[in-house]
Design a protein around this ligand. Structure first.
Ligand code: SF4
Ligand code: SF4
Length: 98
């Protein structure tokens, strides 16, 4: 899963910035659910980047995000994504020009 609407199959999902990734594979190696794999495509730097190969196994634990040295990936639980959406919807609107 890259940027955009997550597909709800597991308990969570990941957000990937493919162009920032250096292909070190830490996220793939340390994912406890073994749900990440390298893409077939290359980014502009010439690296394969992670994709969620088994979304049904992702828990959104964010260990991938903790291990990534380049902040190119992070995981979130669906319930936390929903809470953030609701909080954003309730946030006070700042008047234009203030
Ligand atoms: S959020 Fe957790 S389970 Fe999902 S890909 Fe990252 S490390 Fe794996
Ligand atoms: S840990 Fe970060 S830089 Fe390394 S492969 Fe995963 S997303 Fe790319």
């Amino acid at each position: 899963m890259s940027d955009g609407e997550p597909v709800k199959k597991g308990k969570g999902t990941v957000f990937v910035k493919p162009e920032v990734c250096k292909g070190c594979s830490y996220c793939i190696d340390f994912c406890p659910a073994h749900c990440l794999e390298f893409s077939r495509e290359f980014n502009r730097k010439g690296y394969h980047f992670p994709v969620l190969g088994r979304p049904e196994d992702c828990t959104g634990c964010d260990l991938c995000g903790l291990y990534c040295p380049d902040f190119a990936i992070f995981g979130m639980r669906f319930k936390d994504i929903e809470q953030r959406r609701q909080a954003a919807a309730l946030a006070p609107q700042v008047p234009a020009g203030s």
